[in-house]
Design a protein around this ligand. Sequence first.
Ligand SMILES: Cc1ncc(COP(=O)(O)O)c(C=O)c1O
Length: 374
Amino acid sequence: MAIPLDQVINRQGTQSTKWEKYADRDILPFWIADMDFASPDFVFQALQQRLEHPILGYTKTPDTLTEAFQGWLAYHFNWHVPEEWIVWLPGVVPGLNMAAHTLNCDQSIMIPTPVYYPFLEIGENSGLEQILTPLQLINGRWEMDIERMGDQLTKGTKMVFIANPQNPTGRAYTLDELTALAQFIEANDLLLVSDDIHCNLIIDPDAKHLPVALAVPEIADRTISLFAATKTYNIPGLSCAAAVIPNAQLRARFQGMEKGLVPGVGPLNHVASQACFNDRSDWVPNLLTQLRANHERLKSVAGGRMSTLDATYLAWIDVRDLRLNDLEAHFESHGLGISDGKQFGLEGHIRFNFACPKATLDEGLARLQESLND
Ligand SMILES: Cc1ncc(COP(=O)(O)O)c(C=O)c1O
């Protein structure tokens, strides 16, 4: 039976990364990007069906998974992607790092910040110089600063990494923004890696997710786009992701980086993601209704501190005026586990995950109010 989204689920005993961090303390976790909602029934039905077979061996990617993913891209974005453009991966983060490994050691990468913290490790992981370029806040909205990116470019810069929708600022880039970025990419002979894992989680009904290779086809050959169903359906523990790479040479180089380092995708992960990509039910619309209501509740407490959020369940909150030395410690002392913005490359901010049942959020918001007043 489907578990309603407003039901509080005790995650004790599941080794949940999110909850174990504060296991023995009265601290509610609003940090890591993992939702406190049950995944939909059809995911469990698909898993149970697979578990009727007693062997969970090495598994090649089922054609049915690729077909489901192609159908999902067509259904949500009207993007018709040939099978050969798709490379399956055991996660989006391995895909980010594999992309960097396609470069030569004298080349550099550029990353707008603040950004999901594994992006900040890509340079070191791949032995490449990493140029961090700040997003700019314009009328409460975080935007790429293309002019500044141009100024920071060096002769060796070859690849730009973005998250769209952006984590932690929650921006879903518009066509104008993607077009400006595409012109920059083309004019400087660059490649673009776009992490689109949050693409279904559109909070502002007027916002839209635009896969960059579709929205600006002129640069499709320069792109690697990364997708997964794991964030939307809350199955990050069953990691499975797909890279869409239209250019055959780039795709071959990317695949070459996998060998001996990146494991294949497990059979249960395949099955769960396939069930999600085939979903046309009202599960995601209902989830979005809940997330939108939560976002409004959070806004009523954090208000002007929050930047405009188009997408994701991660709010980016400015707490610079509190002049805190240790943000995590301050919020923990009020019973709140948040993510310190420093982790994402920008101090004085916190990231707050609002994907939880109303009762949990209400308790969290009472604590947030206190911690902002203190
Ligand atoms: C922008 C972004 N990319 C990637 C991931 C993780 O992807 P995976 O677990 O498939 O490596 C996350 C998780 O929070 C994320 O927010």
